[in-house]
Design a binder for this molecule. Sequence first.
Ligand SMILES: C[S@@+](CC[C@H](N)C(=O)[O-])C[C@H]1O[C@@H](n2cnc3c(N)ncnc32)[C@H](O)[C@@H]1O
Length: 205
Amino acid sequence: MAKDHLRAWDCDYERRGRLWGGAGDLPELPQDSRILELGCGDGKTLGLAADRGLPVIGLDISKQALALARGAAPAAPLILADARALPFRDGCIDYILAYHVFGHLLEGERRAAAREAARVLRPGGRLFFRDFGRGDMRYGRGEEVEQGTFRRGAGTITHYFSPEEAAALFCWMRVAHVEAVRWTMRIRGSEVVREGVWGELAKSE
Ligand SMILES: C[S@@+](CC[C@H](N)C(=O)[O-])C[C@H]1O[C@@H](n2cnc3c(N)ncnc32)[C@H](O)[C@@H]1O
């Protein structure tokens, strides 16, 4: 049975519909590879992948998210599952996209999901990681449920990473690179700073 902060996703999508705007982006990946997106949400990245002819499998813990993702990428295989217990054989995935999913888990859950990602990747396979960093304007908002992890209105949680912490999370893989990335955006007329931690991890050959 999923915990409250995981179940909260279903309610949020049911109440608000599509949640993730913006253009999205993808690394350059070969078309004949097996690509898995963990926490695909409402299909922003899946839709982009479908436009490029990339066969990405979408996986999410929320049924409502997958119903929305179906609209964005009608032909993509979609799997209702938990990133902490992936329904794949060892070493059968070439690339994993993990955009803003690890940051919505508690510490022990992040470790379990990172271990699973390393298990299903083939030797030499890569994981692309994106989450928010500690310099982000939202850091500190909401109830702190673990160090650097905050619960906000909908009941979902967000953890804010340092680059070192993100690298350490994937201790079963080699760090190709991890960096903090900053950008600004306007929210209700004010300029605010966003910070992400972006990384690429490789499973040893
Ligand atoms: C912020 S959204 C990211 C959506 C998408 N990756 C994007 O960047 O547009 C986080 C998604 O992770 C999913 N999620 C949270 N915990 C999960 C878990 N344990 N296993 C699989 N998906 C999970 C949520 O349901 C939600 O759709």
